[in-house]
Structure formats: C-alpha cells, structure tokens
Design a protein around this ligand. Sequence first.
Ligand code: PLP
Length: 421
Amino acid sequence: MAQTDTQSAGSSPEPPPQQNAARADSDYQIQVASRVSRLPPYMFGRINALLYEKRRAGHDVIDLGMGNPSDPPQPQVIEKLSEAATDPRGHGYSQSNGILNLRREVASKYLKNYGVRLDPESEVTVCLGSKEGFSHMCLALMGPGDTAITPAPYFPVHMYAVALASGNVIALEVGNSEQLLSNIAYTCQHLYPRPKLLILNFPHNPSTATVEPEFYVEVVKLAKQYGFMVISDFAYADVAFDGYQPPSFLAAPGASDVGVEFTTMSKGYNMAGWRVGYCCGNAQMIEALGVIKGYYDYGMFQAIQVAAIVALRHTQAAVEAQSQLYQHRRDVLVEGLCRNGWDVTPPKAGMFVWAPVPEPWASQMSTMDFAMKLLDEAEVAVSPGSGFGPTGEGYLRLALVENENRLRQAVRQISRCLGQS
Ligand SMILES: Cc1ncc(COP(=O)(O)O)c(C=O)c1O
C-alpha cells in the first residue's frame, strides 16, 4: 500500500494541457467565495457615493444617515484611556473574552439596572463591538439548513450574519408585539426543521418599536416549547425617553436557559469607534462564541477595557443626560416634520425617527429615489427604509446625530425642497 502511494506520488500524471500552458495576465481572476458574491449589493452605496461627492465639492450636508453618535465620551473616560495607554504592561495581546474586572463591571450593571445576576466568569464576555460578537455568535450557532427568525424591517447584520454562517432567515413583520409572538409561534408550528434561533432587537432599529417586559416572558416560554435559542440585540438599552425603561430580555424568568443578550457602549456612552460590546447570558452559547473568537481575535486593547470600566462605573449620569439630549432632538425633528404634514410618531427609545414618506412622493417614486432627492436637493442625508429589507419600503430612517439647530435647519431644507414651506 505504502509502495503504491510512493509510486503514484513519484510518477504524477501529466497535467491537463490548459493547466500546463502559460496563462496570459489578462486571464487572471480573483475568485472570492460564494458567501461573498451571494451577498446583495450594499443598499446605501448610491447614497454614500453622492454624499461623498457633495462633501468633496464643499457642500455642508446635514447627515442623518447613520446612527453614529457625534458627541464625545466623558472626559474622565478619555483621561483613563490616555493614562492606561502609558502602562508598559498593557500593550500585549489581551484575553479574547475580556479582562475579568470589566466582565465584573458589566455583571454589576445588569444587577443594578435589571436585577439580573450574572456570573462574570461564564456568563459575560467582551466583544469588539456588539456587531462583531453578534456575527461570530451566528457562526457559532448556525449552519447549512438552520433557520433563524428575525423581525422585519431588520438591521442588515441580523439577516446577513446568519446568511454568512450558511443559515436561512425568516423575516416576520415587527408590527405589534402580540402579533409578532403569534407569528413566531405559527412559524414554529409549521416549519420543519423548526427554527433554531430567534433574533430580537428592542428598542428596534430601524422601526423604533419597543416592547414591555411581559413580551420576553412569552418569548422564553415559546423558546422552551419549540426548542429555539434567542439572541437579544439590546444596542439601544441606554437611550430611552419620557420615563420609558427598555426591558432586558435576561430579566425574564429562565431567559439565561435559552439565550444571550448583546449590549454596547457605542450608543449611550458615545464610544462607537472604541468597539466595546458585551454578550451576557447562557453560558454554553457564550462558550461557543468564545471558541470562535479564540480562533479569530486576541481580545481588545487593554487600555480601552480599563477606560470602559471607568465609563460603566462613573458615568451613568452622563448616559442619562445623553438620552435627554436625544429626546430634545427627537422633539425638534418630529415636531418640524409634523408641522409640514408628515405623519411621524415620536419614538419612545433609540436614536432614530422612522418616518413614512409623505404623499404625493410615496406614490411617485421609490424610497431610495426619495432619499436621493433629499440628499441632492435638500442636502440632508437620510437612510431609505428599503435598506432594511422590503418591509422598510415607504419609510425613511433619520438619525438624531446632529444638534437641535442643525435638525431645525434640516427640516427647513427638506420643506423648501418639497415645496412645503
Ligand atoms: C441594532 C444594532 N445592533 C448593533 C449595532 C452595532 O453596535 P456596535 O457598535 O456595538 O457594534 C447597531 C449600530 O448601529 C445597531 O443599530
């Protein structure tokens, strides 16, 4: 047997003629994996290209496109980062799951805010932003033939992280929470194999829908009844208005038996560029995420983790003040649009206003074309709802990331462009 192997290795057959022939440079092609080529074109590409062109030409575009906070973190957090960066011991690879003191701080925030007890050793992990953690969690849980349910319209990663993990997604209209629960149950009863994962995101991006704590009690019951796991993306946990408290999925009885929750310092703490997120809850799911992350990353720069501890421990008042700021911006934008005849409901939480495109434009053009018109003629960038799946068609998402004066200006420019003033 060994001899046969040696013989075949030693007397390798002639390569087929075309492999033997020298290839012309012009024949050379980069062949990316189908997981890349199968992804749909980036929906915000047209908007971003025009935005870039306008800015290069010196136009002052009011950018309400992305939920990218424009305010800085608290000074003591930045000071801590600078100080920690001077520690010569803090520049090596860190732990992939985050330093223990940071995980302890996250656990104590959960206890303080939601009454949820977490073991920082096994039920908390640090991610390089919650989007990274979420995507790798999908890789850890999903594979060919597996199905996830997610509300629609959807934050694109909720669809495409599952697709990148070779899974399928069923998108159910976010609607009202009772309808959503009954649609989840119906899907579980009629789909075989049953859905493996439910992805939730309340306060919801982009629709701004919110839920009450009882919703998660029912979710846990359904998860146990039909055997699916749950991921709650709680990115807007810290941004809420008029006394509304967004509930944590993990506060529902038995939630940690069936799922995890992602939180982030990007929104309430204005630390989006720092890439600090957390995954908390079910220890087995967190362990599986840890296995994937162990192969892909070496953890977060330690100075950032030390500064994140300071932010969590000492800047809660600033997080609340930031929510107030978003609430004032929401009022300015919603009142301004309503004055011009738009039918906009003020959101209870999150960083966005989700506005139906008014008539006659809704009947005349696609949401994408309307968003392009606002960018081109009013010099206000917004996200077309169709960027969040077909259910978003007919809506615009406006991010509350510019100050009140700029938002007033945006309303004036929009109403002038549409002939509403
Ligand atoms: C619903 C949702 N999840 C996750 C993220 C990403 O958060 P992070 O900055 O922690 O990756 C965002 C950012 O816009 C978001 O809207």
